[in-house]
Design a protein around this ligand. Sequence first.
Ligand SMILES: NC(=O)c1ccc[n+]([C@@H]2O[C@H](COP(=O)([O-])OP(=O)(O)OC[C@H]3O[C@@H](n4cnc5c(N)ncnc54)[C@H](OP(=O)(O)O)[C@@H]3O)[C@@H](O)[C@H]2O)c1
Length: 255
Amino acid sequence: MGTSRDDSRDAGTATSPDTTPRTGRAITAVAGATGRVSRQVVADLLTGGPAGSTRGRPMDPSDLVFLSRTPERAVETLTDPEHGEPVPQASKCDIRVGDYTDPEGMRRALAGVDTFFMVSMTESAGRVDAHRAAVAAARDAGVRHIVYLSFVGAAEDAVFTHAREHHATEQALRAAAADSGPAFTILRDSFYTEVTGQFIVPDPWRDSGEAIAGPAADGRTGFVTTADVAACAAAVLRDPAAHRGARTRSPGRRR
Ligand SMILES: NC(=O)c1ccc[n+]([C@@H]2O[C@H](COP(=O)([O-])OP(=O)(O)OC[C@H]3O[C@@H](n4cnc5c(N)ncnc54)[C@H](OP(=O)(O)O)[C@@H]3O)[C@@H](O)[C@H]2O)c1
């Protein structure tokens, strides 16, 4: 897996609460269970990871909650072979409605949750506000640790719009942690291999042919599979305290 810790731990985590389970059991919530990444995170957590990989300990289904705007579709996504290797254990998990645009609903959905995997929601005009509301809801619900799926190069002055949006969400996480809210871990993924096709466009410089167009600066990027992204997220979710305040980059190294 091409994942690296990209720099020192983030500031603003010193006053965050630790992630010691409150009841002896640590409850993990995974949002967006119908999505490509989150489906694989749930599968990885419940099975211990795909065969041939460095496998973790399978999580007890009673320790995993998954959230979706459409819970019935989430169960189908996880158990129907049409969507990938079925994960029958998923039907034993607590499934809750979770929509970042509904703060009150998110507070209910995150009740009793220790660690929250916050997948970034589908790109849309209100995404940053919805992400901020989800962080606030997690804090109000008493969540102890948020693992956020960000993007490589997230920065206030990034050229790529989505990288600026991820930076804004990261800032919300830092602000909450600095004010005794949840600790956090930021997963800064590169472009997904599976979306490469979306960047192939008619060549703008020639009369024919195609070009790969994207926010690539000097033209180089390291793509990552969503399976590796999910494996990285699952490893962090199994032991969030070990990754408190950390940012990871997948894969993000220039050769
Ligand atoms: N790095 C890259 O190249 C790249 C490429 C594409 C996307 N992304 C980002 O990475 C995320 C995960 O990628 P993916 O391929 O798994 O995307 P995906 O298959 O489209 O899944 C999108 C996820 O967002 C959830 N979602 C959408 N709106 C939501 C809302 N209002 N509240 C809560 N959850 C919401 C959906 O969950 P439910 O429908 O179950 O509620 C779903 O899990 C994307 O959402 C996007 O932000 C990154």
